[in-house]
Design a binder for this molecule. Structure first.
Ligand code: PLP
Length: 398
């Protein structure tokens, strides 16, 4: 099913946790802003003023939707940059000490942590349980000095676990330790009210909530010193230089508005959870499929509402290659993922599943489905049969 260049790719898109398709309203908002506010927001003439005004309008609206003050929001290029700015930019204002992260962080956090280690910081990785939830006793043991910074993935991209942020945040506050959360998978799918969260820094990315790619944001609590990591023109109050992508900011703003409407309809939860739960019930009737991460039927509050992850095994019980299954499912017309779209190369075993305690082979048998409002229950009707066919084909081999 390789498309001709330029031809639209068809199929049922179930890879929202990698990137969600931009909403038509987002594309419209971006085109409208780009047409009139294409100038450089730093220019002093009318074109610059129009761009600066559009940028600030987007900042104020995004801030209102995220519960932060406009000056607490720094536009970035996406999740990875926000995470680097948070950790490196905060650490520059602290004496080198200990940084705590979990064993299921996105590689961007691991990379920023490694950069801090090269600058004299100690890194301590805290374990998670079989469902991917942080070991709070380990946090208790390690949070005291010289720990000065904690970074935690709020919603885990591969197994869907939602960390107990209130407990973690309260503990970090008592210890006087800064807390950064990677909310890249959370924003747009659960309400985020920065003013009420016990966190100091929060990262998000537009493309995970049907916004544009190439824009994200870092929320920085007022009073938390942060040093920009990209120098130059001093944009974003000196915290991120570079001519601002005004149309992308407008697109992110529109995506947040649409998400806000959906969350209201779902009484505070992404309404796609109902579709996910119905599919999960059908999938678990199939032989060889197991859930990984928290079970949304028992602990809905512990799992991202748009996320489903499975481990696949043969009739004989042996683990399968998740990647092969992904390719077969695409031939059946379903776009899914074998885990994190961002991991690359090396062993097919997922470090996240390994951290949850799964063996090498099981950790290569993951399948991830991500849901969004572009899907209807009818789109998912044929998926269990397609999955079973794909599973049998992989068992037989190419
Ligand atoms: C939890 C999480 N953090 C960070 C990132 C990185 O975001 P970006 O790809 O926008 O740099 C991702 C992307 O998959 C993610 O899922």
């Amino acid at each position: 099913m390789s498309p001709r260049p330029g031809a639209p790719v068809r199929g049922v898109y179930l890879d929202a946790c990698a990137t969600a398709p931009p909403a038509p309203e987002v594309l419209e908002a971006m085109a409208a802003v780009q047409a009139v506010a294409w100038g450089n927001p730093s220019s002093l003439h009318g074109h610059g003023l129009a761009a600066a005004e559009a940028l600030e309008r987007a900042r104020w609206r995004c801030a209102a939707l995220l519960g932060c003050r406009p000056e607490e929001l720094v536009f970035t290029s996406g999740g990875s940059e926000s995470i680097h700015l948070a950790l490196l930019g905060a650490a520059e204002n602290l004496r080198p000490g200990r940084l705590l992260i979990s064993s299921v962080e996105h590689p961007a956090t691991a990379a920023a942590a490694a950069a801090l280690e090269r600058r004299g910081w100690q890194l301590q990785t805290l374990p998670v349980d079989r469902e991917g939830l942080l070991d709070l006793e380990a946090l208790e043991r390690w949070v005291e000095p010289p720990t000065r910074l904690v970074s935690l993935i709020w919603g885990q991209s591969e197994v869907g676990s939602l960390q107990p942020l209130d407990a973690v945040g309260a503990r970090c506050r008592r210890a006087g330790v800064l807390l950064h959360v990677d909310a890249v998978q959370v924003v747009g799918h659960l309400p985020v009210d920065f003013a009420a969260l016990p966190v100091d820094l929060l990262s998000l990315a537009g493309h995970k909530l049907q916004g544009p790619r190439g824009i994200g944001a870092l929320l920085v609590r007022s009073g938390v010193p942060l040093t920009g990591q990209i120098g130059g023109g001093g944009q974003e109050a000196g915290r991120r230089s570079g001519t601002e992508p005004v149309a992308l900011a407008a697109g992110l703003c529109r995506a947040l508005e649409l998400a806000d409407e959906r969350l209201r309809q779902g009484a505070g939860r992404d309404p796609v959870a109902a579709m996910r739960d119905a599919l999960l019930a059908r999938l678990l009737e199939l032989p060889g499929l197991r859930l990984s991460g928290p079970d949304p039927r028992h602990v809905p509050e512990a799992r991202l509402p748009h996320h489903l992850s499975l481990l696949v095994s043969s009739a004989a019980g042996g683990p399968f290659s998740g990647r092969q299954l992904v390719r077969r499912l695409w031939q059946e017309g379903y776009a899914v993922s074998s885990g994190s779209a961002c991991s690359s190369g090396g062993s097919p075993a997922s470090p996240v599943l390994r951290a949850l305690g799964y063996g090498e082979q099981e950790a290569a048998s993951g399948l991830r489905l991500g849901f969004g409002p572009w899907l209807s229950p009818a789109d998912l009707e044929g998926l269990p049969d397609a999955l079973e066919r794909a599973r049998q084909q992989v068992a037989v081999g190419p």
